[in-house]
Design a protein around this ligand. Structure first.
Ligand code: SF4
Length: 187
């Protein structure tokens, strides 16, 4: 049904462009509606994601789904979720810049095929890579920034919220701002 996306998925499944390929159980391509107007991008797969082959599959995924539900979004329906790198960094460390460099073209192609109007960056790694290298989640979360015809917004990574629940109300207000933006743009 989406042959170009399937081709890209196959390309990623066979990819050996960076050392992360050697430790992966599954390449984690992305999930959701390929025609979604809103896309979420995290940093990379963790242990559960590597086992299940899906992004945000563990406890952080459950928290993300909760926020999505509050603002009438769902990965089964009206959004698409992917990551900066598609193979798991060992011990859940941050993906190295050279690993991000190797993988970012896959994400660029994915974005080109999906054509989202809004991209929400989940956490520092995604926001610094896609919005600005000096992006600070704590001070700039929730702001919409237009780049190349797409509105970008950075917010807290669900794993960071599990570690520091004090930021949960800020994350909730970011998701509510997202819902307002979707309404404003009639997406
Ligand atoms: S992380 Fe990306 S670039 Fe590296 S091996 Fe996996 S798919 Fe290829």
């Amino acid at each position: 049904m989406f042959p170009e996306l399937d081709l890209l998925r196959n390309e990623c499944m066979n990819c050996t462009k960076c050392p992360l390929h050697s430790g992966r159980r599954n390449m984690v391509f992305g999930v959701g509606n390929p025609e979604a107007k809103v896309m979420f991008v995290g940093e990379g797969p963790g242990e559960q994601e590597d086992i299940q082959g899906k992004p945000f599959a563990g406890k952080s995924g459950q928290l993300l789904d909760k926020y999505l539900e509050i603002v009438d979004l769902s990965r089964n329906d009206n959004i698409y979720i992917a990551n900066i790198v598609k193979c798991r960094p060992p011990q859940n460390r941050d993906p190295k810049p050279e690993e991000q460099d190797a993988c970012i073209e896959h994400l660029r192609k994915q974005v080109k095929l999906i054509q989202p109007k809004i991209i929400v960056c989940l956490g520092r790694i995604a926001a610094q890579r896609l919005i600005s290298p000096d992006f600070r989640v704590t001070s700039q979360h929730g702001q919409f920034i237009e780049k190349g015809g797409i509105l970008f917004m950075g917010t807290f990574h669900p794993s960071a919220l599990l570690r520091n629940p004090a930021n949960k109300p800020h994350a909730l207000s970011d998701f509510q701002a997202l819902r307002d933006k979707i309404k404003e743009l009639s997406l």
